[in-house]
Design a protein around this ligand. Structure first.
Ligand code: G3I
Length: 305
């Protein structure tokens, strides 16, 4: 394949990018996105603060814009994200207890219903585990409504959109030996054993020198897949430049290709200038839209299987 999406498709996988609604009128941006990628994630537009700015007043304009662009160009969409401790609308931030639990479940139900039948996979719950060595849940207003909030969110999402794959998505869960990875693994194993509806686990994969691509990445992906879920790289970016960056990108692609149930890879933006890491160069295209060494190493790795 001569593009990322074509080369990935030859392995039975997708290759995606995050898209920002505010850049859809930039022809260089949409040109690259349309040519190279076949799975689209809204970078911010389907989050809780964007879709429910006032309680029970839903706002889908920008999310729908991204969905339409994707559909018009024959691309599938990953939904991001139904329930999260961060990017909550102001009205939700100070809620607690059963009022918050109901508001969260209502949000999951309403948004998943709005997009019913149009989403390949939803990040139902995002970033619910703590950093550091505890391996436990992150403290948050949602967690304080009861440890079962995650499974409640998954059940609500399944009821609202039975055909979307339902994912748990997190960062720093790439290294098999990290406590956070083990914490998520234990939760997914428990969900599968009790019939909680979970279909996939997303690995955000935001890498930098302090958090490099682990050499055991394939082990992590394989162990999760062996629980009976798909695994996906959902927000890939790698700080750095040149051949070192290219090599790390290649390692991520290689790890995914080595696991049958690793169904696709999404990078978190198109050009370096589109990245949330404002001062960095973590993506596959430079600010002018030129292919970087990292692009070539990803394409070559996809083509060599
Ligand atoms: O749109 C407003 C603009 O009107 C305002 O003037 C400006 C002033 O700060 O803010 C703009 O909103 C920003 C938005 O990005 C769009 O650019 C928000 O402040 C900013 O917080 C927001 O950052 C996003 C971040 O999530 C929020 O948590 C990043 O774009 C987005 O890339 C990032 O994505 C997250 C994933 O959802 C979850 N995993 C980690 C990943 C990277 O942080």
């Amino acid at each position: 394949g001569s593009t990322l999406q074509a080369a990935a498709a030859e392995t039975g996988r997708y290759f995606g990018t995050a898209i920002a609604a505010g850049r859809l009128n930039d022809g260089t941006y949409t040109g690259i996105a349309n040519r190279e990628f076949n799975m689209i994630t809204a970078e911010n537009e389907m989050k809780m603060d964007a879709t429910e700015p006032s309680q029970n007043q839903f706002s889908y304009g920008n999310g729908d814009r991204i969905l339409s662009w994707a559909q018009q160009n024959g691309k599938r969409v990953r939904g991001h994200a139904l329930a999260w401790h961060s990017q909550q609308p102001g009205w939700m931030q100070n809620m607690s207890g059963s009022a918050l639990r109901s508001a969260m479940l209502n949000h999951v139900t309403q948004v998943a219903t709005h997009y019913r039948g149009k989403i390949y996979a939803w990040d139902v719950v995002n970033e619910a585990f703590a950093d550091g060595s505890s391996g436990g849940r992150r403290d948050s207003n949602l967690q304080r409504t009861g440890n079962d909030w995650i499974e409640a969110a998954f059940r609500a999402a399944r009821a609202a959109d039975p055909n979307a794959k339902l994912c748990y998505n997190d960062y720093n869960t790439d290294n098999w030996s990290h406590a956070k990875t083990q914490g998520v693994y234990t939760m997914v194993r428990d969900f599968k054993s009790r019939g909680v509806p979970i279909d996939c686990v997303g690995f955000q994969a935001h890498f930098n020198s302090g958090n490099p691509v682990p050499s055991n990445y394939d082990t992590t992906l394989r162990n999760f897949a062996n629980l009976g879920v798909d695994v996906q790289i959902t927000e890939l970016d790698i700080e750095g430049s040149g051949s070192s960056q290219a090599q790390q990108y290649q390692g991520v692609v290689q790890a995914c290709l080595s696991v049958a149930r690793c169904t696709g890879i999404t990078v978190w933006g198109v050009r370096d200038s589109d990245s949330w890491r404002a001062s960095g160069t973590p993506l596959l295209f430079d600010g002018n839209g030129n292919k970087k060494a990292a692009y070539t190493s990803v394409l070559n790795q996809l083509n060599s299987g």
